[in-house]
Design a protein around this ligand. Structure first.
Ligand code: SF4
Length: 274
C-alpha cells in the first residue's frame, strides 16, 4: 500500500520503517509535530530524521509547524490539569504551612488528564497526516509513535484508525514496542541525536521532574547504605575494643602471677644462702 507514515523523530522511525517496508508498503514519511518545543528542538529532530531518510532513499514531507494550534488543542488541557494541582496545593499549604515545588506538581497531575492531553496531541498530528495523505493520493496512514513504551499505545491505535476513517483511507496500526530496544541500539550505532523528552514543553518539565526524583531516590539509597555500613563498622569497633580490654586484663593478671613467682623464687634463694 502507498503509505504516509507519520514520524515523530529519526530514532523512532528506524524499526517501523523496516517492518512496514518488509510487509510490502511503499512509504513516505510525514513530519507533523507542532507539539515539539522549542523550535530549535523541532528543527534538530527533523534534521536528524531527514539525514537518515535520505541515506535510505525515503522521501520526507514536512508539515506546517504551528505551536499555537497545538496549544489550543492539547497545551490548554495540560495547563488546566496543572493549574488544578497547584490550586489544591495552595489550599493545603495555607492549612499546613508546608512547601512543595512545581516539579512535584507536574508529577501529581491526574494520569487520566495527562492521557487526555496526549490523545489531543495525537489527534492533531494524525488528522493532519490523514488529510495530507488523502490529498496526495496515499492509500493509508501509519505512525512511528507506537514504538515507544512511554506512549499510550491503545490511544494511538484509536486515533490512527479514527483519523484514517475520517478521510476514507486505511489506518495501518502496529504495536512496535517489542522493537524499542532494537531501535535504541540502532540509533546509538548510527550516532543519531536522541532526545530525552517526548516533545511538548510540558513533557520537558515532566522528564526533568522524573530525572530529579530518580536522582533524589539514588542519593537516599546511597545514604541509607552508608548508614547501614556505619552501624556495621561501629559494631565491629566495639567488638575489637572489648577484645582488647579482655586481653589487657589477662596480660595484667599474668604479670601479677610472674611477679609473685619471682618474689617467691628470690625468697627461696635467700633462705638457702642463709
Ligand atoms: S507528552 Fe508527548 S504525546 Fe503527550 S502531549 Fe506532550 S508531546 Fe504530545
Amino acid at each position: 500500500m502507498k503509505l504516509l507514515l507519520h514520524a515523530c523523530c529519526g530514532p523512532c522511525s528506524l524499526e517501523p520503517v523496516r517492518l512496514l517496508q518488509a510487509a510490502g508498503h511503499d512509504i513516505a514519511i510525514y513530519y507533523a509535530n507542532s507539539n515539539i518545543a522549542p523550535r530549535e528542538e523541532y528543527a534538530h529532530r527533523l534534521a536528524t530524521l531527514e539525514d537518515w531518510a535520505k541515506s535510505e532513499g525515503i522521501p520526507v514531507i514536512e508539515g506546517p509547524y504551528d505551536p499555537a494550534t497545538w496549544e489550543e488543542a492539547a497545551g490548554r488541557i495540560g495547563d488546566a490539569a496543572l493549574a488544578d494541582v497547584q490550586a489544591a496545593r495552595r489550599e493545603t499549604q495555607s492549612a499546613t504551612g508546608e512547601d512543595a515545588s512545581l516539579r512535584a506538581d507536574v508529577l501529581s497531575v491526574d494520569p487520566a488528564r495527562r492521557e487526555a492531553r496526549c490523545r489531543a496531541c495525537y489527534r492533531l498530528r494524525l488528522e493532519e497526516t490523514a488529510r495530507v495523505a488523502a490529498e496526495r493520493g496515499f492509500d493509508g496512514i501509519g505512525t512511528t509513535l507506537s514504538v515507544s513504551p512511554y506512549q499510550y499505545t491503545q490511544v494511538i491505535e484509536q486515533e490512527v484508525r479514527r483519523a484514517a476513517k475520517r478521510e476514507g483511507i486505511e489506518g495501518v496500526f502496529e504495536d512496535f514496542r517489542p522493537y524499542y530496544d532494537e531501535a535504541t541500539r540502532r540509533s546509538r550505532a548510527l550516532e543519531m541525536y536522541r532526545q530525552n523528552y517526548c516533545g511538548c514543553r510540558i513533557s520537558d518539565e515532566e522528564a526533568a521532574a522524573e530525572r530529579a526524583e530518580r536522582k533524589a531516590q539514588r542519593a537516599a539509597a546511597k545514604q541509607a547504605e552508608r548508614a547501614e555500613h556505619a552501624a556495621e563498622i561501629a559494631a565491629a569497633e566495639a567488638e575489637l575494643k572489648q577484645h582488647r580490654a579482655a586481653r589487657a586484663a589477662y596480660d595484667k593478671k599474668q604479670a601479677r602471677k610472674r611477679a609473685i613467682l619471682k618474689s617467691l623464687r628470690e625468697q627461696a634463694k635467700q633462705e638457702v644462702s642463709e
